[in-house]
Design a binder for this molecule. Structure first.
Ligand code: ATP
Ligand code: ZN
Length: 395
């Protein structure tokens, strides 16, 4: 009797003849389950190889829809899939290659309330996300669920790869990064740019690490791989120590469901909402923020105000709101008092391209002056163009 359907011997034969793989390896993959958060730049290549290799059950979590600007790197999606859910579009692409796959499509954002429930059914979790709050959330959930977390990151020409929480002593993300980097030093692909083949390199390696773990071919030694496409050599690897005895997650016996649901991941990471929060997945919008539409109403009603645009001068030179002045983020961060005393009584509204840097600037100014109205425009000039003035350039 065959352990696999007859046609699978042909489909997977090239990998089954590898030393350390064999029939038993293919059967292990068939009985394995992995969940990939998300179907973006890293998730697409990772999913493509996991699906083709014959993983028995694949979960895809992504609440977002395909946009034209995703297609240079999110290679499972096509021009026709623009507007569809990424999780659905990715699942269709995997099925075109391998029609018998079992795929769980989850078109929701992973959040503290649903993380454990959504991730629990799977053996291994892949972190392919692009924001720091979700990285901490995924790590904390992987620790509670005692599952390996294959984590990738990519930006510009660079990427990183690490397997966290591997085996009983493998470190978690919090062991290595106990506190988030300041928001000013990190940014999204939309802000900083990304070369598609770089996400391809890291995403493929995430699939490879996952398959190694499932087959028992992983050496279980934790390391952080750093990739720089323009570097020489392009790959460097740092050995990581075992779990940190002081880690607030993996070495804390009280770390569990309640610590996840009681953590405000967005606040912990500097209070800047990633776009899944802004899209209403969370009650993240505070009284300190204003929508582009409401901001327009205030401008129209001639309320006295100071409009500060915190973009770099080159970007301010491309397009700007009438009546705004340009004070780049880094100037505000180094001398917030100076800019407050220059406009002593007026309400202050801050804008930037996408609404992230202006949030940081607003927080810094509010620390110095707690009485004044100091708000940032959600979604920045991109939202202004979408919601108020379609003739305002988007770049
Ligand atoms: N908490 C989350 N739950 C589910 N999916 C998430 C979560 N956070 C991020 N994602 C998904 O991660 C993916 C990241 O993909 P990627 O970094 O390639 O950029 P993008 O957001 O699609 O595009 P761009 O940054 O160019 O606008 C997105 O599809 C996003 O929806
Ligand atoms: Zn830890």
């Amino acid at each position: 009797m065959c352990s696999l359907p007859l046609q699978d011997y042909q489909r997977y034969g090239r990998q089954m003849i590898l030393d350390g793989f064999g029939l038993s390896g293919q059967v292990k993959l068939k009985h394995a389950s992995v969940v990939v958060v998300d179907a973006g730049g890293l998730g697409c290549p990772a999913l493509q190889y996991l699906g083709a290799a014959g993983i028995g059950l694949i979960g895809i979590i992504d609440h977002d829809r395909v946009e034209l600007s995703n297609l240079q790197r999110q290679i499972l999606h096509t021009t026709e899939s623009v507007g569809s859910y990424k999780a659905e579009s990715a699942a269709q692409a995997l099925k075109r290659n391998n029609p018998d796959l079992n795929i769980d499509i989850m078109t929701v954002a992973l959040a503290p309330e649903n993380a454990l429930e959504l991730l629990r059914p799977y053996d291994i979790i892949l972190d392919c996300t692009d924001n720091i709050p979700t990285r901490y959330l995924l790590s904390d959930a992987a620790v509670v669920l005692e599952k390996p977390l294959v984590s990738g990151a990519a930006q510009k020409y660079e990427g990183q790869l690490c397997v966290y929480n591997l085996g009983p002593t493998g470190p978690c993300y919090r062991c290595i990064f106990p506190t988030p980097q300041p928001r000013e030093t990190v940014g999204s692909c939309e802000e900083l740019g990304i070369l598609g083949a770089v996400t391809g390199t890291i995403g493929n390696m995430q699939a490879l690490e996952t398959i190694k773990i499932l087959l028992g071919l992983h050496d279980q030694k934790p390391s952080l791989l750093m990739y720089s496409a323009l570097g020489s050599p392009p790959f460097r690897s740092i050995k990581l120590r075992a779990r940190k005895p002081t880690c607030s997650a993996c070495s804390n016996p009280d770390h569990g469901l309640s610590s996840i649901s009681n953590t405000d991941y967005v606040q912990f990471c500097g209070g800047v909402s990633p776009d899944w929060v802004i899209q209403g997945m969370d009650a993240g919008m505070t009284g300190h923020r204003i929508s582009a539409k409401e901001f327009d109403e205030l401008v129209e009603s001639k309320v006295p105000m100071e409009i500060i645009d915190v973009r770099p001068p080159t970007e301010y030179g491309i397009c700007q709101l009438p009546g705004s002045q340009n004070i780049p983020l880094k100037n505000i961060m180094t001398q917030p008092e100076k800019y407050l005393s220059a406009a002593p009584h007026k309400d202050i509204y801050l804008v930037c391209r996408l609404g992230n840097d202006s949030q940081i600037a607003a927080q810094a100014l509010r620390k110095v002056d707690t009485d004044r109205v100091i708000k940032d425009v959600v979604g920045g000039l991109r939202a202004w163009s979408n919601q108020v003035d379609p003739t305002f350039p988007v770049y």
